[in-house]
Design a protein around this ligand. Structure first.
Ligand code: MG
Length: 289
């Protein structure tokens, strides 16, 4: 083909291809596919398959259309002796230096103890609350259960990670300690048991890496998108994109707690349940909903 005619020919083929784009089976992402006449390795013209996802061509390199991902510096992993560091784009809530990013639930100075680079509730100190609020996020938090094992069931090493101050990922010493499955460590409290019991022994540091997507409400306060949790405990998946069917606020044993509309952001809270669980290395990365 005359090279001068090649571009118009390709454009025509492109438009024809678009006209025969495959109908999407799903609303999102919007997938389109089409064929374009192109020269193959041997110089022969043939149909080449093209595809776009949400309007962006597969393997698009134009930064105006497909910008490169932001470069960040990953953190370091923790060891038994030493907490790791946060990724460069994280909001560090606790790095073992002080409790300056935290208050009690009235916005006053927390009664949690800060000692030797870790923080821990004292008797009746109440929840500790982050000053900064978050919606959908990636959260990293580390804790260790008391080495001296006391109590049983829900009374042994109980604490909790409350996203938006409302939705609890249970913290409990569930190492050789039976309780109701949807209240053990790794559970969305009262709503979903963990896939496995991945607890370490009392006294050993444990990790949660949580991907949380907040619930979304319409103007009348009805939930239009439920909250979801993916939870990795000590490197093991314990909640696999679990959708929370309702709120998990405590309203008595076995009680229903429906979603109650709230703002787009809320504080992170760690629970005082009367047990001296210790925490270190807490950081958050904000996510799009
Ligand atoms: Mg708890």
């Amino acid at each position: 083909m005359n090279p001068k005619l090649l571009v118009p020919a390709l454009c025509t083929a492109f438009l024809l291809g678009l006209a025969f784009s495959a109908a999407a089976d799903f609303d999102t992402p919007v997938i389109k596919e089409w064929k374009v006449k192109e020269k193959n390795d041997k110089g022969k013209m043939e149909d080449a398959d093209y595809m776009s996802i949400d309007g962006i061509l597969v393997h698009e390199e134009d930064p105006a259309l497909q910008p490169q991902p932001t470069v960040i510096t990953p953190g370091t992993a923790s060891t038994a002796e030493k907490p790791g560091t946060a990724p460069s784009d994280a909001v560090v809530l606790f790095d073992g230096k002080d409790l300056s990013n935290w208050t009690d639930t009235d916005g006053k100075e927390t009664k949690w103890i800060f000692k030797d680079g870790v923080m821990s509730p004292t008797k009746s100190s109440g929840m500790i609350r982050s000053k900064q609020e978050f919606g959908s996020c990636q959260l990293h938090v580390e804790w260790a259960e008391p080495s001296k094992v006391e109590g049983d069931g829900q009374g042994r090493g109980n604490s909790g990670v409350f996203l938006m101050g409302k939705y609890e990922v249970q913290v409990l010493d569930s190492y050789d300690n039976k309780t109701y499955p949807d209240g053990q460590c790794g559970a969305l409290y009262g709503r979903k048991k963990p896939l496995v019991n991945a607890c370490r022994k009392p006294g050993e540091w444990q990790t949660y890496d949580i991907v949380f997507h907040r619930p979304v409400f319409d103007k009348d306060g009805n939930v239009t998108k439920r909250a979801t949790f993916t939870v990795i405990q000590n490197g093991v998946l314990v909640q696999d994109h679990t959708e929370l069917s309702g709120g998990c606020g405590w309203k008595g044993h076995h009680a229903i707690s429906h979603y109650e509309a709230h703002g787009d952001k809320g504080p992170l809270e760690l629970q005082d349940h009367g047990n001296p669980v210790i925490f270190r290395n807490v950081w958050v990365r904000e996510l799009a909903d």
